[in-house]
Design a protein around this ligand. Structure first.
Ligand SMILES: *Cc1c(COP(=O)(O)O)cnc(C)c1O
Length: 391
């Protein structure tokens, strides 16, 4: 039985009529850009995230970009983030003319290691972008503490973490700006591109709203240079149908994660994370995972991991991938090349070996299907296929 990594059609089946109705309403109104549907979605996302404001934008990437613009970050400035994320986290920093400065991840969470953050702060540092990778919040208390002491703007990359919680607070609501993506594969996915920035600060929200329409306020009068960062009404209409179901879907993702844990343990495939996972990574190829037959399960270190991805760690990852491909089991590597060794960032002067935990994660991590419509039989199939490889 083939198991896809994600089955968006299965979810669509459950909401088709309502989505059609909502989209038809937008078409009948011929009001396509911003407008009442976007306002309604902004109110829903602000409410969902526990923030005062939400500003709909054109993508998760643009949410990061417009936040950096609103924070007036540019040439000569440094922005700290990890080298282990989707490209746009660091790409946006470079696009506003600032310099990305990397700090390694905590191998347990895949997120920014707060113990290594402060050493990277310089006189030029203006902001930090903690990423809530795979749907699990970064260690925001120590990160906020260090950021506040150094007067840094905090932009949360919550693209994969809508509804995730850290010490009772929703992802995106803790820093100065919280950035969401509505890319179709995210937990709250649109019918195309879309994104949102949330903030509790009135002035920041106002800046975002002006920058989103080319910086014109009133229209055609520009004190600042913005861009076209607008969200479409059709996307908002689809997302309004989905956001009502988001908590239910998240609960099932979490339940699926628990079921995988049980299945991997029952199959004798679960490796307890010890050694380098506790003490921090040394250089891959000295990783203690080497030669082990089994998987290191994702570790839950925050209150509410929303499992946008269920990411295991394995030795011989690429050989396992070939086996899973042949068995038609969906999987993906997020992300195979850390930023510090990407060709486009060669000018930053980093080299292989600079961020061992990120390099180890890039070499050993593997995302498995976790979507809410996944059946128990499909999960068994995934675990069986991995067992065939290792046992
Ligand atoms: C998806 C994603 C983005 C970018 O979002 P888009 O909507 O695809 O532009 C940024 N950061 C992370 C961590 C992501 O997963």
């Amino acid at each position: 039985m083939a198991v896809p990594l994600l089955d968006l059609k299965a979810q669509y089946e459950t909401i088709r009529d309502e989505v059609m109705e909502q989209v038809a309403e937008v078409l009948e109104s011929q009001y396509f850009i911003l407008g009442p549907k976007v306002k309604e979605l902004e109110a829903a996302v602000a409410d969902y995230s526990g923030t005062k404001h939400a500003v709909g934008v054109s993508s998760g990437t643009d949410a990061l970009l417009i936040s950096l613009m609103a924070a007036e970050i540019g040439p000569g400035d440094e922005v700290i983030t990890t080298p282990f994320s989707f490209f746009s986290t660091a790409g946006c920093v470079a696009r506003v003319g600032a310099r990305p400065v990397f700090v390694d991840i905590d191998p347990a969470s895949f997120n920014l290691d707060p113990g290594k953050f402060e050493d990277a702060v310089s006189e030029r540092t203006k902001a930090v972008i903690p990423i809530h990778l795979y749907g699990q919040p970064a260690a925001m208390d120590p990160i906020m503490d260090i950021a506040r002491r150094h007067g840094l703007t905090v932009i949360e990359d919550a693209a994969q973490a809508v509804g995730a919680e850290y010490r009772g607070k929703r992802a995106g609501s803790i820093g100065d700006y919280g950035c969401f993506s509505f890319f179709p594969s995210k937990n709250l996915g649109a019918a195309g591109d879309g994104g949102m920035v949330v903030t509790n600060n009135d002035e920041n929200a106002e800046k975002l709203r002006i920058l989103r329409v080319h910086g014109g306020r009133p229209k055609y009068y520009h004190r600042v240079i913005g861009g076209n960062f607008r969200l479409d009404a059709i996307q908002a209409a689809v997302l309004l149908v989905k956001i009502r179901r988001l908590d239910r879907w998240t609960a099932v993702r979490r339940k699926n994660a628990g079921r995988y844990r049980d299945l991997f343990k029952q199959a004798g495939l679960a490796i307890e994370p010890t050694g380098c996972f506790e003490r921090g990574c040394h250089d891959w190829p000295d990783c203690e995972l080497q030669g082990r037959n089994g998987v290191v399960l994702p570790q839950e270190v925050a209150d509410r991991h929303i499992y946008n991805q269920f990411v295991i760690r394995v030795d011989r990852r690429d050989e396992l991938r070939a086996h899973l491909k042949q068995r038609e089991i969906g999987h993906e590597v997020y992300y195979p090349v850390p930023f510090h060794v990407q060709e486009c960032f060669a000018y930053l002067g980093y080299k292989q070996g600079d961020f061992p935990a990120s390099e180890c994660a890039a070499a050993t991590s593997l995302a498995l299907p976790i979507y809410p419509e996944l059946t128990e039989a499909q999960m068994r199939e995934v675990v069986d296929a991995i067992g065939e490889f290792f046992l």
